[in-house]
Design a protein around this ligand. Structure first.
Ligand SMILES: Nc1ncnc2c1ncn2[C@@H]1O[C@H](COP(=O)(O)OP(=O)(O)OP(=O)(O)O)[C@@H](O)[C@H]1O
Ligand SMILES: [Mg+2]
Length: 362
């Protein structure tokens, strides 16, 4: 059992207001990912939960009990840090069993538990090795095993995979997912990688400048971002964002910018005229050769990725406008050719001058 409540948590380091009035409950067995840009307060929040940092104000409760004054070791949590510093003069087995020694677990029991968790993260063959003989991914697994062996009610993971290459990251990410399902424990995972957040989380907490911006399932966050920041942060390639204005004419709303003039869906019929940003994800833009569609634009660059092809367009805005098509069907298109783009009406987002999403009926 571990239900973790954060109540009006605040943390200041001198003049730096690192965490601002953060309230949120992590349910027992949930996999929650805190995500946001560098410096937004993720590590500070995790360290306060773990007990390594005292909140300036606010409360942390574990299963209903206020733990602000409890030492880290008495909170029943296990933390894996970004820099997973192993003891260099102890071998892998000794590194893993360290937490058990601290708890005076008898030697036979220690050997058995070390073997179990080593098998669980697939490092059973490495127990005799020294940390200097392990690869980055292996060391990361040892760090995970070292926490696993103490059998915590909750895992606190601070960018545990950040030092690995893309392939290993994906592999160990799958491992974390598997462990969560097997152990049925609470996981709180911190990352600034939106893809990691999307693939691992039951719920994502998006942070910015010390505050929670949005909480939701990966699909909610992806499909209904509350503002421009969240829309831009999630998705690769990013959502297309084009500054322009809403124009009302003859009972229909249109979006206009230097190179766009697009009829908006009926759900925006009552939207106020004025400056807005239109957002649409690359996969929601249909492409056909020639004329027609909502707008026509010249191709700037074609990027065949194998499974998909990305098409970049000049749209008179800072960032190229991007569309994605399946397979290599469009890979032969040359720069300069004109393409007809049509927007999936239900997937158009509009953001107001403050960056907030304007609700259209869906
Ligand atoms: N011990 C400290 N003393 C002073 N300022 C600190 C301290 N720890 C963190 N900060 C500041 O608090 C803010 C939040 O830092 P934090 O480490 O929580 O960010 P983060 O979201 O984990 O970022 P990253 O993705 O880079 O790890 C930053 O502005 C940071 O400079
Ligand atoms: Mg951090």
């Amino acid at each position: 059992m571990a239900r973790i409540e954060l109540c009006n948590l605040e943390k200041s380091f001198g003049a730096v207001h690192a965490v601002k009035d953060l309230s949120f409950t992590i349910e027992d067995g949930e996999f929650v990912v805190f995500v946001g840009p560098s410096g937004c307060g993720k590590t500070t929040t995790l360290r306060m939960i773990a007990g390594f940092e005292d909140p300036t104000s606010g409360e942390i409760r574990i299963d209903g009990r206020v733990v602000n004054d409890l030492e880290p070791r008495d909170r029943g949590l296990g933390m894996v840090f970004q820099s997973h510093a192993l003891f260099p003069h102890k071998n892998v087995a000794q590194n893993i069993e360290f937490g058990l020694r601290m708890k005076n677990v008898p030697p036979e029991e220690r050997v058995k538990r070390v073997r179990e968790v080593a098998e669980m993260v697939r490092i059973g063959h490495l127990l005799e090795k020294m940390p200097s003989q392990c690869s980055g991914g292996e060391s990361q697994r040892v760090a995970l095993a070292r926490t696993l062996v103490t059998n915590p009610s909750t895992f606190l993971l601070d960018e545990p995979l950040s030092s690995l290459d893309a392939k290993l990251r994906r592999e160990l990410r799958a491992e974390c997912d598997r462990l969560h399902q097997a152990l049925k424990r609470t996981f709180i995972y911190v990352t600034h990688d939106q893809e990691e957040a999307m693939t691992l989380a039951d719920r994502i907490v998006v942070m910015r400048l010390g505050e929670i911006v949005q909480i939701g399932s990966p699909m909610e966050i992806y499909s209904n971002p509350v503002n421009y920041f969240v829309a831009d942060f999630f998705g690769s390639p990013s959502m297309n964002l084009v500054a322009g204005e809403i124009v009302q004419a003859n009972g229909t709303a249109r979006f206009r910018s230097a190179s766009f003039d697009v009829a908006l869906p009926d759900s925006f019929k009552a939207a106020k005229a004025g400056a807005v940003t239109l957002g649409i994800r690359p996969e929601h833009v249909g492409v056909t050769l020639g004329s027609g569609g909502d707008i026509e634009l010249p191709v700037r660059l074609v990027e065949p990725l194998g499974k998909d092809t990305l098409l970049y367009f000049d749209a008179g805005v800072e960032r190229a406008f991007v569309a994605v098509t399946e397979g290599l069907g469009m890979a032969e298109i040359k720069a300069g050719e004109r393409i007809a783009l049509s927007f999936d009406r239900r997937r158009i987002h509009l953001f107001d001058g403050d960056g907030l999403r304007i609700a259209g009926a869906r």
